[in-house]
Design a protein around this ligand. Sequence first.
Ligand code: FMN
Length: 256
Amino acid sequence: MPSPSAEPSEAPLDGEARYYETAVQFHQLCRFGNFVHPEPPYAGLPPDDQPQAAPGAAPWVEAQALLGQRSLADALYQRRTRRDFGALPLDVADLRAICSAAYGTRPDPDGERRTVPSVSQLYPLRFTVMAPAVRGLDPALYAFHARRGALEPLEAALPRTLQSWFYTRHVDYGRASAVVLLTGRVDRVGAMYGERGYRYLLLEAGHAAQNLCLAAAALYVPHVPVGGIEEEVVEKALGLDPSRELVLYAVALGQR
Ligand SMILES: Cc1cc2nc3c(=O)[nH]c(=O)nc-3n(C[C@H](O)[C@H](O)[C@H](O)COP(=O)(O)O)c2cc1C
């Protein structure tokens, strides 16, 4: 690997800088010219294995109708993080609408387009939904299939307490309706963008999570974005290959 143009200082860092030294080095390392940049035809690019929509299906119609009840301006300016939840479970249609708003497909003459931009249209994110208390869904783990707008049950089991998957202690997980977990296929972005792909994965997760929060706000669903995840616990429970798919972010959706 070529060495970074900005050589890291040999001198030990003082004060706060020592806490984020590696983060700065990583950011510099993945500046253009500082890492091995894959070249076309990207032989290592794993196929897009996400299920396709059934012909004629239009999952965005239901989501648009539900979300259209509140204006974008209202959702933006009323959005806030809430860690204390109510006792009225979310409806499955609301959960589908929130997930579709976050990462769903929409009609476009050019082919597939989604509610978020995606580097080289790779769409490397996956949504896993922990759903202990959603009206119309058995308590279980689900995959959200963006093109189908559908929640499909996974074989892995819900943990006995949602809290066990999170480092953050002050969220009212016992009254969560669902938690949407975002994981990212670093093997897809990395095959085209090398080390810089990691930045793009995080940036795309931010786009999707903001959509999740705004859609939740539009439906008056209390919610909290969660970066404090017990990643190793989640990787193991979901059977992820941590060298290919990374646990990135979560949004807890409370009962109302
Ligand atoms: C990247 C990121 C990670 C976060 N992680 C957590 C978390 O682990 N636990 C939590 O309670 N809140 C978390 N939050 C929520 C912030 O604490 C919250 O957004 C902040 O206090 C501002 O409040 P507001 O969202 O109501 O404007 C996170 C927010 C962001 C953007």
